[in-house]
Write a protein that binds this ligand. Structure first.
Ligand code: SAM
Length: 360
């Protein structure tokens, strides 16, 4: 698909044509990554954040947030839960918390590996190369860093850099790949100021940067953020502004699957949040093959409010696990076993992976 065709699909409202898009994406998904839905246990290990992203509820400037950082024991307990539920991967996510010391996390990664053998994904923001290398060497397998939007001007507006540091997420994604990580990225759909042209470019970027996992979620306004309060002021002109809705998010999921057949695509929590009745299922039947049940201890969940009314709030790990597995089985899909590595990443030989790691 070229850029013009992607743009055309993003703008279409024709229900029959959209049925064709969903069907094609679902077929491409089935033929390339199969019927299994792999589960990644998500642990939100800290809501402390050095950044002031205009969209995010846990931004540094939001003084109404009570901050926490989980202990090593609490994180290990979550890893045991993940292994007990049969998941293949643990995702450790946080605000950009520079208090997460490199050596401390290396120890935790080592303990999780020793005890459970789970694949480990990190999603900790823009950290120094030395930290990224140390965590990879300690046993982390994947790193997740969304580029949020490929429109540089819009990105800089909503994601100000730390003083004296450039924020170039494409450069960091390249570095992560060079180190040897399986690389995840993604975007928000419907950011105020994001146009259909921007969105078509985002989909082209997924392929151009050979990313192994792409998370696509709708932007959800948070009243404790500048963008949440003043979003209307920043919107692109009528007809150009991308809506932050389920339909547009699903179109991007479907187009991404068609463009990048071998990658992993999660049906995101944000999609399940804007349509609690069927958002997760729509994602899965329109190209997605991954779900991320939340394992964060109940007492911390409400404090990791990146946007309001997050679908996983108000339930515990057991409830999230049961609900998501039932949703998957009801679609006639199977629960994935093993690590569920991205086939896009696997196509690079083990030898090449080792060489990459050794070059650092
Ligand atoms: N600090 C890390 C980072 O920036 O990559 C990981 C945590 S960050 C909270 C995880 C993701 O949440 C972001 O990449 C962003 O896409 C998403 N997010 C944050 N605020 C959001 C909002 N208001 N609506 C939808 N998604 C949001």
């Amino acid at each position: 698909m070229n850029r013009r065709e992607i743009l055309d699909w993003l703008k279409t409202e024709d229900a029959d044509r959209l049925e064709e898009l969903w069907k094609t994406a679902d077929t491409v998904r089935r033929e390339n990554v199969g019927n299994a839905v792999h589960l990644r246990g998500l642990v939100e290990i800290s809501n402390i954040c050095a950044r002031d992203c205009g969209y995010c509820g846990i931004r540094a400037g939001n003084a109404s947030v009570s901050r926490y950082r989980m202990t090593a024991d609490e994180i290990l307990d979550c890893a045991r839960l993940a292994a007990g539920f049969g998941y293949g991967t643990l995702v450790l996510q946080a605000g950009e918390d520079h208090g997460i010391a490199s050596a401390w996390l290396c120890g935790i990664i080592g303990s999780i590996k020793d005890e459970t053998g789970l694949a480990i994904t990190l999603s900790l923001g823009e950290r120094d190369d030395a930290d990224l290398v140390a965590w990879y060497r300690a046993g982390a397998d994947r790193y997740l860093l969304r580029f949020e939007t490929s429109n540089r001007e819009l990105y800089e507006r909503i994601h100000p850099p730390l003083p004296g540091r450039d924020s170039d997420r494409f450069q960091i994604l390249g570095k992560l790949r060079e180190i040897g990580y399986e690389v995840g990225s993604g975007i928000m759909v419907g950011i105020p100021g994001q146009t259909y042209d921007d969105l078509a470019n985002d989909v082209m970027m997924f392929r151009e940067h050979d990313i192994d996992m792409i998370g696509i979620g709708p932007y959800i306004p948070h009243p404790g953020t500048p963008l949440g309060r003043e979003g209307d002021r920043h919107k692109a002109p009528d007809g150009e502004q991308v809506p932050a809705d389920e339909l547009t998010t699903c179109k991007v999921v479907a187009l991404t699957r068609i463009q990048c057949p071998l990658i992993n695509i999660p049906s995101t929590t944000a999609l399940a949040t804007i349509n609690r009745a069927g958002g997760r299922e729509h994602g899965l039947s329109r190209g997605a093959n991954i779900c991320m049940p939340n394992l964060t201890p109940r007492k911390y969940r409400e404090l990791y409010e990146i946007y309001p009314s997050k679908a996983s709030c108000g339930e515990n790990a057991d409830e999230s696990n049961t609900r998501i597995k039932n949703q998957i089985l009801a679609l006639g899909r199977t629960i994935g076993t093993g690590r569920g590595d991205s086939l896009n990443w696997k196509k690079v030989t083990q030898t090449e992976q080792k060489t990459r790691g050794a070059n650092i």
